[in-house]
Write a protein that binds this ligand. Structure first.
Ligand code: IMP
Ligand code: MG
Length: 336
């Protein structure tokens, strides 16, 4: 079985898009399938000197042989989806599940208006929370109700399970991250459903016995957008001084930041059942290793950091991100 599940370990924006785009090139999977909440996610992919910020199309699109799917659990905003289909020119290899939920204008308005969730929780305003409310009330439209989506409709669970039966590789792309989970995260400052590896399986219609690897993505420092506690949070001028300044891919809000947190990393590993860790933005902490592809370039403090992550979590670091581009990575899988 070759189903790899990629999920976020902190509060999102760990660089899942970067890891997924690398895996799409290196492992050449037959399918990359998007799980997670919906358009509240923004996955940044840099490839061949172009940057994409995608909210719907799976990050694996940079490999032109991959079939791209969106699972039934995911909320689709048709407007965002069609824009990204045009941008990525992936119409001929894209499919969306018959039962993926549909975000409508009213959901976005509810999410964004004053006194609603955007003010209280600091949501992304993308409509995902109110849409999941309507889904629970059994009054949400689903993809099969939208005529424009007809050419793309498919049964994602069947496609994914059939591919696995044939021994083909499948990658499942989580969104958000475990500390934003409605069940396991920093409630009430969380997103509108579970975001664990188990939820990712549920989103795409595969059973947990089919998973080969769970990759938890941990950034070299912790960031958070929106409201809620961030342990060890640094003042913004210190964040800037350290070169950790980032802006939300969906909202453009500056991200709050704190140093790497081993307790949170352990929690992420436990709640997701991680078999591998990807550490991203390592070059931000250790500029001398920028764009490295060879583990022998990781020495001194940088090596100690990786060793400490492994000692604390008891899970091996399989990938180290060394720059924004899909190819800026050290792949350690052959060593573990
Ligand atoms: P919602 O998911 O838009 O309802 O927002 C709920 C909380 O999750 C807010 O704190 C958002 O900033 C956060 N959030 C949702 N999606 C992401 C993401 O993809 N990256 C980072 N934070 C997110
Ligand atoms: Mg993001």
């Amino acid at each position: 079985m070759t189903l790899t599940v990629v999920c976020g370990g902190f509060w999102g924006d760990e660089g899942k898009g970067k890891i997924l785009s690398y895996l799409a090139l290196s492992d050449n999977p037959a399918i990359v399938v998007r799980a997670g909440v919906g358009t509240n996610a923004g996955h940044t992919i840099e490839f061949e000197n172009r940057e994409y910020k995608l909210r719907m199309i799976p990050s694996g699109f940079i490999n032109p042989s991959i079939r791209l799917l969106i699972g039934a659990g995911v909320l689709v905003d048709p407007k965002v989806l069609f824009k990204e289909l045009d941008e990525t020119k992936t119409h001929d290899r894209f499919g969306v599940d018959y039962q993926s939920g549909i975000i409508e204008k009213k959901h976005i308005e509810l999410d964004s208006s004053n006194g609603h969730l955007k003010g209280k929780i600091g949501t992304t305003g993308s409509g995902t929370g109110p849409a999941n409310v309507d889904r629970a009330l059994r009054k949400l439209k689903v993809a099969r109700d939208i005529p424009e989506l007809k050419p793309y409709l498919t049964d994602v669970s069947v496609e994914v399970n059939d591919a696995l039966d044939l021994g083909l590789k499948v990658q499942a792309e989580g969104s958000q991250a475990i500390l934003l989970s409605l069940f396991h995260g920093s409630y009430p400052y969380v997103t509108s459903k579970d975001t664990s590896a188990a939820a990712i399986c549920s989103d795409i219609g595969v059973g947990p016995t089919r998973v080969s690897d769970v990759v938890v993505v941990l950034k070299s420092f912790v960031t958070r957008v929106g409201t809620g506690d961030l342990p060890g949070e640094l003042p913004m001028d210190e964040v800037k001084k350290r070169g950790w300044t980032e802006y939300g891919a969906v909202t453009g809000r500056p991200r709050r930041a704190a140093p790497f947190n081993y307790e949170l990393a352990k929690k992420a590993v436990r709640l997701n059942g991680a078999t591998q860790i990807a550490v991203t933005k390592f070059d931000i902490i250790f500029p001398e290793i920028a764009k490295a592809n060879d583990i022998n370039q990781i020495k001194g403090d940088a090596e100690d950091f990786i060793n400490k992550i492994e000692d604390e979590t008891k899970v091996k670091v399989a990938f180290i991100g060394t720059g924004p581009s899909a190819e800026d990575i050290i792949d350690l899988r052959e060593h573990i």
